[in-house]
Design a binder for this molecule. Structure first.
Ligand SMILES: Nc1ncnc2c1ncn2[C@@H]1O[C@H](COP(=O)(O)OP(=O)(O)O)[C@@H](O)[C@H]1O
Ligand SMILES: Cc1ncsc1CCOP(=O)(O)O
Ligand SMILES: [Mg+2]
Length: 257
């Protein structure tokens, strides 16, 4: 299924996407998923996971504001998703900042996510390589992390997506670059987290590699459109949501190299 067909299927199905994300991303990620045409639900309580994860089209897990009870929910949800063959996406936000977070990311990776999405520094560190990440922000180029992404795809079985000025995605066999968007995108917090949530919606609607590629292209196309109307980060965010909703399946090819 080509990326544009995944977007068509997403809008037909309006899939329910279980998002375990961070406090910062909660609102914008839900709005991004809604604007694109899917149905987000932010559900974190350990007591609710067994009931909720199995009825969703996809699961996304983001460790941006990790704590012990949420970690238990993440591990349980990922285990259930894999058991029910529900695709799930891991966003290892700033996992290199502490031993606690590093271990949490590796424990989740061992549960075999369908897709891992991170910035270049996060992907480098997840593959065991040195990087220059600064908290949640990247300090490395996408180019520098491409080898790590390929190695990680081979070792984990996941599709690996690196975002940045030009995105890169690989499943170990296929690979693609995605261009467009605007530097303003890195000035709005939790846009990467929102990309991860949208990737869940795409993964509920098509195969893993094309889902990741489609979600990356959707952001780039909408980012380019929004940057033509925006006067700064605040108005960019407003125009970006409008542009996500306005993006049509055939537009995605413009961003895919
Ligand atoms: N300089 C840039 N030019 C164009 N798009 C960008 C740029 N920086 C980031 N993006 C886009 O912003 C979104 C968030 O990516 P990124 O900032 O890498 O994630 P994170 O917030 O996890 O660090 C992605 O869609 C990415 O393609
Ligand atoms: C600022 C911040 N602090 C903890 S999580 C978070 C949001 C990070 O979002 P993103 O990875 O999309 O930039
Ligand atoms: Mg991030």
């Amino acid at each position: 299924m080509a990326p544009q067909d995944v977007l068509t299927a997403l809008r037909d199905k309006n899939p329910l996407v279980h998002c375990i994300t961070n406090y910062v991303a909660m609102n914008i990620a839900a709005n991004v998923v809604l604007a694109a045409g899917a149905s987000p639900a932010m559900v974190h309580a350990p007591e609710e996971i067994a009931d909720f994860t199995p009825i969703c089209g996809a699961l996304t897990i983001n460790i941006g504001t990790l704590s012990t009870p949420w970690q238990a929910s993440m591990m349980n949800a990922a285990t259930l998703a894999s058991a029910h063959k529900i695709p799930w996406v891991l966003d290892p936000v700033a996992h290199f900042i502490s031993d606690y977070r590093k271990r949490a990311a590796q424990d989740l990776l061992a549960l075999r996510p369908t897709i891992v999405r991170g910035n270049a520094s996060e992907i480098l560190a997840l593959a065991g390589e040195a990087g220059a990440g600064k908290g949640a922000d990247a300090g490395d180029s996408v180019d520098a992390a491409q080898g790590a992404a390929k190695a990680l795809a081979a070792a984990s079985g996941a599709v690996i997506a690196i975002t940045g000025p030009v995105d890169f995605v690989t499943d170990g066999a296929q690979e693609a670059h995605v261009s467009g968007g605007a530097p303003l995108m890195s000035q709005i917090t939790a846009l990467g987290c929102s990309q991860t949530a949208l990737m869940g919606a795409y993964a509920a609607s098509g195969s893993a590699f094309d889902a990741a590629l489609g979600a990356l292209a959707h952001f780039k196309v909408a980012g380019t459109a929004a940057s033509k109307l925006a006067h700064g980060p605040g108005s960019f965010q407003m125009h970006f949501l409008d542009a996500l909703a306005a993006t049509q399946p055939d537009d995605l090819a413009k961003a895919i190299l």
